[in-house]
Ligand binder design. Structure first.
Ligand SMILES: NC(=O)c1ccc[n+]([C@@H]2O[C@H](COP(=O)([O-])OP(=O)(O)OC[C@H]3O[C@@H](n4cnc5c(N)ncnc54)[C@H](O)[C@@H]3O)[C@@H](O)[C@H]2O)c1
Length: 255
């Protein structure tokens, strides 16, 4: 098992990519804290992991609130005896264009998507340094950190900043044996993607077909495929990898 005896906190672990990572990390031997605002789905994820013989707990956590992040990380220490991995994955997807984005939209995206990653890295690193056994932090950026699009103005800004922050944190924490990397998913079939399409498109089915036509592989990625990329970066197999933005997008950004 690739994460045997490791303790992992996964934000946004109740649904989508985070949920797939919670299940996968637990299958690979990690004890998992599922940190999310969606308690029902989070508890379902914990039950799913337990039914498969793994160990997990749910932490009620709004990543836009510093104290919530701190208490989710502390829960890992209190329940499982330490912290080895933080997957900074939760985010909101504001679909608005630059002209439609209000100050409030922008501030909210910065707080929930970006500041959460900064606070998560800082607080996890403090705990990891005190433990003295290093650690691995994985941040969820996006292919939208690399290419532009007509909408998602605030979202693009936060993801670009996460990719850059990942490099800075990797250098800053290297001396403590803490690796910091990011994944840049392309279009992934998750509840978040479908919710975004349903709330913005007049004809969601037609919009999904349009997105599909843009995919070089002629399909969307799955949450499990992104969880596998996060697993690699979190695992000892990536021991010489830090500051990397691993693109998992079916070729979306290379065409
Ligand atoms: N799906 C895609 O196409 C795609 C592409 C690139 C990047 N991403 C990124 O992947 C990550 C996961 O996206 P997803 O598609 O799985 O989304 P999702 O909406 O399916 O799941 C997101 C999870 O985050 C939780 N969450 C939302 N706000 C939160 C908050 N304030 N505090 C704690 N938890 C919160 C939700 O409850 C949910 O469980 C995000 O960072 C997203 O930006 C997704």
């Amino acid at each position: 098992m690739r994460l045997a005896a490791k303790v992992a906190v996964i934000t946004g672990g109740s649904n989508g990519i985070g949920a797939a990572a919670a299940v996968l990390f637990a299958r690979e031997g990690a004890k998992v804290v599922v940190a999310d605002i969606d308690a029902d789905a989070g508890r379902a994820r914990v039950a799913e992991i337990a039914a498969a013989g793994g160990e997990a707990v749910f932490a009620a956590c709004d990543v836009g609130v510093t104290d919530d992040i701190k208490s989710a990380l502390q829960q890992a220490v209190d329940t499982f005896g330490g912290l080895d991995i933080l997957f900074n994955n939760a985010a909101i997807q504001n679909t608005r264009s630059i002209l439609e984005t209000s100050d409030e939209d922008f501030d909210l995206s910065i707080r929930v998507n970006l500041k959460s990653v900064f606070v998560g890295i800082r607080e996890a690193a403090r705990l990891m340094i005190a433990q003295g056994r290093g650690g691995a932090i994985v941040n969820t950026s996006s292919s939208f950190a690399i290419v532009g699009s007509p909408g998602y103005a605030a979202y693009h800004a936060t993801k670009g900043a996460i990719s850059s922050l990942t490099r800075a944190a990797a250098i800053g924490l290297m001396e403590h044996g803490i690796r910091v990397n990011a994944i840049c998913p392309g279009t992934i079939d998750t509840p978040g993607l479908r919710r975004g399409v349903a709330t913005t498109a007049d004809d969601p089915a037609e919009a999904l077909d349009r997105y599909l036509a843009l995919q070089p592989m002629k399909r969307f990625g799955t949450a499990e495929e992104i969880a596998q990329a996060a697993l690699f970066l979190a695992s000892p197999e990536a021991s010489f990898v830090t500051g990397e933005n691993l693109v998992a997008d079916g070729g979306y950004t290379i065409v």
